[in-house]
Design a protein around this ligand. Structure first.
Ligand SMILES: [Zn+2]
Length: 92
């Protein structure tokens, strides 16, 4: 009567599972890079008052009232569609 599984077959199963995980990961990486190529997503700072958007490092962001500032992560096109104008200083 067998009480334990054969340790060799267990090892083979383990290799198969690890191999499958690598294939799944490689597929995900491929999909991620494709998405990034289609739509580049960045962090911006929006000014709700002037309807302008800035790079996070822009000097205008530091001068902006905190109540007007809003963080945004997404694409440039998305912001322009919403009616925002790129800042002339940092040219996002
Ligand atoms: Zn700016």
């Amino acid at each position: 009567m067998k009480k334990r599984n054969n340790p060799i077959s267990f090892f083979i199963w383990l290799l198969i599972i690890i191999g499958m995980l690598f294939i799944i990961k490689a597929d995900n990486d491929k999909n991620n890079t494709n998405e990034q190529n289609q739509q580049q997503s960045y962090s911006y700072v929006l000014n709700k008052n002037t309807k302008k958007f800035h790079h996070t490092w822009c000097s205008s962001v530091k001068q902006m009232k905190k109540s007007n500032a809003r963080n945004f992560t997404g694409t440039r096109d998305e912001l322009i569609k919403k009616g925002y104008v790129p800042c002339k200083r940092c040219k996002p």
